[in-house]
Design a protein around this ligand. Sequence first.
Ligand SMILES: Cc1cc2nc3c(=O)[nH]c(=O)nc-3n(C[C@H](O)[C@H](O)[C@H](O)COP(=O)(O)OP(=O)(O)OC[C@H]3O[C@@H](n4cnc5c(N)ncnc54)[C@H](O)[C@@H]3O)c2cc1C
Length: 306
Amino acid sequence: MALARRLLLAASRSAWLARQLRQRAFLRRAVRRFLPGEEPEAALAAAAGLSQVGLGAVLTQLGEQVALEAEAQAVRDHYFELLDRVREGALGAELSIKLTQLGLDTDRAACARDVAALARHAARAGSFLWIDMEESRYVDPTLALLREVLAAGPRVGVCLQAYLRRTPADLEALWPLGPAIRLVKGAYNEPAAVAWPRKRDVDRAYAELAARLLEHTPQGVRAVFGTHDLHLIARIRAQAAALALAPGAYEIHMLYGIRANEQRALAREGCRVRVLISYGSAWFPWYMRRLAERPANLWFVLRNLV
Ligand SMILES: Cc1cc2nc3c(=O)[nH]c(=O)nc-3n(C[C@H](O)[C@H](O)[C@H](O)COP(=O)(O)OP(=O)(O)OC[C@H]3O[C@@H](n4cnc5c(N)ncnc54)[C@H](O)[C@@H]3O)c2cc1C
C-alpha cells in the first residue's frame, strides 16, 4: 500500500499522464464519485442539495501552480463571480483557495492583494475564505501571506497539516493572530525530514493537535477538523463534551463523496458539518491524491473500465 501511495502521488505530479488520461471515459466516470461536475453550476447545485440535509459547503475550483499572471487573474475573477452567485442563492457556501492558483509564484504582491479582496467580498456575501495548504515548500510563503492579509483586516482561515513536524510550532505562532484553523492530515508526498512517514505517527500528531485546538481556540474563532477518520472524530467529540464546549465551538469538514452517510449522521446529531466540493477541469493531480489516500479506490477506477 505504501508503494501504491507513492506511485499515485508521483502520478499526481505528471503533466504527461494528466494529458494522456484526463479525457479517458473510464477515468471521467470514476472521478464523478468525488466531483459533482466540472462546471461551477454543478458545485452550486450540490451545495444547495447538501443544505437541505443540514450540511454546509465549501467550494473550490481545482488547479494549482499557475505559470502565467493572466491565469491567476482569471481564477480571481471567477471566484468574485462565484461569491456573487453564493450571495444571490443565499447559500452560505464558503470558498477554499490555493495560493499557487492565485499567482503566489508569479506575482506575490498581487496574490496577497487578491486574497484580501476576496476575503472582504466573501464577508459581504455571507461567505468565508479558506486558504489550502499545499506542498511543504509553500508553508512559509503561505503563512507569511496569511499574516499580511490578517494584518490588513479581513478574517480568513488556513489549513494546517498534521503530518508536518513543524505544525505544532506553527499552531503556537498563529494563536495570537486568531485565524480560523482547519486541521488535516496532509495529502502530499513529503520527505521524512519534514513529515511523519508512518500513518500511526500522523494520526497521533493529529490527535494531539486536535486536543490543543479544542482546549485553546478562543471563543468566536473557528476550529475545524478536516478528516474522515471516524475514530479521531469520536475522540474529538468526546473531548469537546468533556470540556463542556458548545456544539458550535468546532466543526467537521469532509470531502464530497467520502463518508456521505456519516456526514448526514453527524449533522443529525448536532455537529456542524461542511462538505468541500471541488469542480473544474484540472482534476487529474487532485484525483490521484484522493486515490493515494485510499489505494483501494483503484478498484473503483478499474470497475469503470468494464
Ligand atoms: C475539508 C478538507 C480539506 C482538506 N484540505 C487539505 C489541504 O488544504 N491540504 C492538504 O494537504 N490536504 C487537505 N485535505 C486532505 C487531507 O490532508 C487528507 O489527505 C484526507 O482528508 C484523508 O485523510 P483523513 O483525515 O480522512 O484520514 P485517513 O486516515 O486517510 O482516512 C480515514 C478513513 O476515511 C476514508 N477515506 C479517507 N480518504 C479517502 C478517499 N480518498 N476515498 C475514500 N475513502 C477515504 C477511509 O475510510 C479511511 O479509512 C483536506 C481534507 C478535507 C476533508
